[in-house]
Design a protein around this ligand. Structure first.
Ligand code: NDP
Ligand code: OXD
Length: 310
């Protein structure tokens, strides 16, 4: 079984080494050097890989995303029909995202932007003490990442709510689902954190209408995909003061164009899609496990549900 590896040039070797450390017998081909297309039985790829290209491999049995998101694999023309797609559920990815969300929630909650502005002006002045028990966090998505962040925020004493596609019960988290649930949650959300997959249903979910449901002075944190957010609507909400500030890790397009207003906006913190970076050595065991399962015809893990789109 040969595996086609396709990612950014600077990550290719790390992935190859990590997979070989799990199984030294693997035959790994680095795209575009696939060799005989008939040899390729699995493709492990990231966002830049063209799904039409994967139709060249007649014996392909499995596609694996090198990240948690799979929107890049599902967009037209999508994976070759009938080929299962797996994504990552990885401890390091989850802890990385949890750290990043905590960093930005705490930055906003503890008035870090105001204190930095005071420092720049050499102002020694104490602001009113923030009350953790009254700072309501609204999570869009309570999956692998959203749930981990929700639990970490809860453990710090924040009241946490979460919005999902299917109604769920989660200890200590007030849950909401569906369109009515979204409005109900946003109306009580002081810090909004987006950790949704990008699907036709979730595209543009943070827009002028939903931002208006937030209480005045709320904060927005987006670590999911740029397509969840209507950039002009957020800019308008920031400029009117309705939204106090935003921390953004993801954009559409990426990289964020050099002339985009987010770069210099005083109330926007820009990150270069770096909130949770896949560590190949951490992710490799589940990828190799899935390759073995595919080879042996056993049930695969972390499969994408095509009907749900994530
Ligand atoms: P999961 O699939 O584990 O969780 C997705 C969550 O979103 C679930 O709770 C799901 O609801 C909910 N959801 C999906 N569709 C809807 C909808 N239409 N309405 C309401 N809720 C919905 O994903 P992960 O937590 O692993 O990852 C989330 C996203 O984070 C990824 O898809 C990716 O885009 C992004 N990401 C970004 C990274 C970065 O570096 N910036 C790194 C890793 C991921 P339900 O529980 O009902 O299924
Ligand atoms: C992912 C990402 O989806 O890095 O894992 O964005």
């Amino acid at each position: 079984m040969a595996i086609l590896l396709s990612t950014k040039a600077n990550a290719m070797q790390d992935w190859r080494d990590a997979l070989l450390a799990e199984d030294a017998t693997l035959d790994i081909r680095l795209f575009p050097d696939a060799g005989d297309p008939a040899d390729i039985e699995a493709a492990v790829c990231w966002t830049q890989h063209d799904m039409a290209e994967l139709r060249r491999y007649p014996n392909l049995k499995l596609i694996v995303s090198m990240g948690a998101g799979v929107d890049h694999l599902l967009r037209a023309p999508g994976p070759p029909p009938g080929i299962p797609v797996a994504r990552l559920k990885d401890e390091r990815l989850t802890s990385g995202m949890t750290e990043w969300v905590l960093l930005n929630v705490l930055r906003f909650h503890r008035q870090d932007l105001e204190y930095r502005a005071q420092q720049a002006a050499r102002i020694w002045d104490e602001l009113p003490a923030p009350d953790t028990a009254k700072r309501r966090i609204g999570m869009l998505g309570l999956g692998q990442l959203g749930n981990a962040c929700a639990q970490a925020l809860r453990s710090l004493g924040f009241p946490v709510m979460g919005w999902t596609r299917n109604p769920r019960e989660l200890s200590g988290v007030q849950t909401f689902a569906g369109a009515d649930g979204l409005e109900a949650m946003l109306r009580q959300t002081d810090i909004l954190v987006c950790l949704l997959p990008l699907t036709p249903e979730t595209r543009g979910v943070i827009n002028a209408k939903s931002l208006a449901w937030l209480p005045r002075g709320a904060f927005v944190i987006n670590a999911a995909r740029g397509g969840h957010l209507v950039a002009e609507d957020l800019l308008a909400a920031l400029d009117s003061g309705h939204v106090a500030a935003a921390a953004l890790d993801v954009f559409e397009p990426e990289p964020l164009p050099a002339d985009h207003a987010f770069w210099t906006h005083p109330k926007v913190l820009v990150w270069p899609h770096a909130s949770a970076i896949t560590i190949p050595a951490s992710a490799a065991p589940q990828v190799v496990e899935n390759l073995r399962r595919a080879r042996e015809g056993r049930a695969l893990i972390n499969l994408v549900d095509f009907s749900a789109g994530y």
